[in-house]
Design a protein around this ligand. Sequence first.
Ligand code: ADP
Ligand code: MG
Length: 277
Amino acid sequence: MSRPEVRIKDLHKSFGDNHVLRGIDLEIAQGEVVCVIGPSGSGKSTLLRCVNLLEEPGAGKVFVGGCEVTDPDVDIDAVRRRIGMVFQQFNLFPHLSVTGNLTLPQRRVLRRGKAESARIAAEHLARVGLSEKADAFPAALSGGQQQRVAIARALAMGPEVMLFDEPTSALDPELVGEVLAVMRMLADEGMTMMVVTHEMTFAREVADRVVFMDGGVIVEEGRPEQVVTAPRHERTRHFLSRLLDPAMAEVEPERPQGAGGDGPSPKRPPDPGLPDR
Ligand SMILES: Nc1ncnc2c1ncn2[C@@H]1O[C@H](COP(=O)(O)OP(=O)(O)O)[C@@H](O)[C@H]1O
Ligand SMILES: [Mg+2]
């Protein structure tokens, strides 16, 4: 295994008395693609957000590219420059054109000039196949196109690691493929990626490793085909059986973790509370 690009050591995070991450240990090698799966509320988003300090971990350490992110004296901007993040909800600036969305963070955070940031924006828009949308505003784009813009925006910052938090779960089913295709291209190019997703075909074909989380711990991890077709733990089997065949879901008497709903529902499930699109 080449050197670890991301190292997470005994990471804990609580919100009040909700102990959400309960000792996460995970290493991601340079160029490795790790898919994180697990029921709603198991702490997947919190884990990603702790890696780029959108949340402050309660205990434990995180290293990215040899630099300790959790060092109290760390330069947070320097850390975030190394880590690109893509969210379920795209988070584009609605009042800026596509090019404006890509140039603003380059200019603000990296202090690139106007011409240079525009040139780099154009380069990355071409990579995600959206050169012709450079002057469009986000509202004029499909969800799939918006998410590709969000990916291009992250790439324009030159990150060493990309974090994806359910990047396709807010999309209509017919738009999922174009986003996964861009992610697959990045993986093929050797980007180090940590991807929370329930797109199991993507996980099986693109991931080097699948990590199953439940209740704030890593229950098991392994090669995708091993975890998906021969899970070692009952909790993983149970989760996957509902994921792969939602019609088999039973009404469960036990309380789901966390506040939200639980697991996948038969429809492509936007998280509870998201508007229908
Ligand atoms: N900012 C927050 N404030 C309070 N509780 C939070 C916050 N973010 C997440 N949580 C709680 O942490 C738990 C894990 O949430 P999350 O990491 O979003 O899980 P997942 O992404 O696996 O669905 C849930 O119980 C959720 O309610
Ligand atoms: Mg989440």
